[in-house]
Ligand binder design. Sequence first.
Ligand code: NAG
Ligand code: NAG
Length: 234
Amino acid sequence: FRISLLLLPLALVTVVYSQGGSFRPPSIPAIIAILRYQNSPCTTDSNTPGTCLAQNDCLARQGTPDGTCASGFASCCNFKFTCGGRTKENETIFVNHLYPKTDNGTNTCQVTIDKQPNVCQLRLDFEEFSLAQPDENGQCTTDSFMVRTTVGERLPILCGDNNGQHLYVDMGRGSANPVVLSVVTNGDMIGRKWKVKINMIPCNNLDMAPSGCLQYFRSPSSVIQSFNYGLPVR
Ligand SMILES: *[C@@H]1O[C@H](CO)[C@@H](O)[C@H](O)[C@H]1NC(C)=O
Ligand SMILES: *[C@@H]1O[C@H](CO)[C@@H](O)[C@H](O)[C@H]1NC(C)=O
């Protein structure tokens, strides 16, 4: 930490120098703001959780500067959790590769969620979810979203529009097996986009849905809509 403390003003000088052309010493408030917010959580312009970092640090760690933080003195760094990713962190947000833009084409995008000993269920919130519609038989033949687990009920294969829907996934008590989410897309006729929040629910927690329940609504007045699969012909 001491090293970064010493280097930070220096990095800032470099940034100011290279951007402005003419040398301007960094202001004291700028240094204090960056030191204070360094590594703290922030919200990116794409509305995903980010980490507040000096722009150079963000780029050096393979992130994408996406918005500002530290009163505008640093970047909100976006470390996207997308295709090929693996996580054990709570509240991870799984997005399509080009999010917030849409993806197009034939692809398999897969992420792995490792089981933590104290976690028994996952709640997936489809904050945004738009894949190709099912075929005339209601089958997800073009695109599909699948959850692979080794325990619990078989989960439905999803496609079409499922904005605002959620799904509970049992991870099992004894199992140490991960859960794999995969999105398979076929063809380039539409743009696909998704943003799925992954919440880990501790075992023996009141938030746990009854085992085998796909959807669980605590509020008696919430609107219950069926998933966009098995839709009649339109
Ligand atoms: C998908 O990509 C193809 C080929 O690059 C392009 O012609 C098509 O317009 C794209 N579709 C969408 C919805 O972006
Ligand atoms: C994950 O975060 C949610 C929301 O903050 C919280 O309710 C839950 O207990 C957390 N799960 C774990 C395993 O810490």
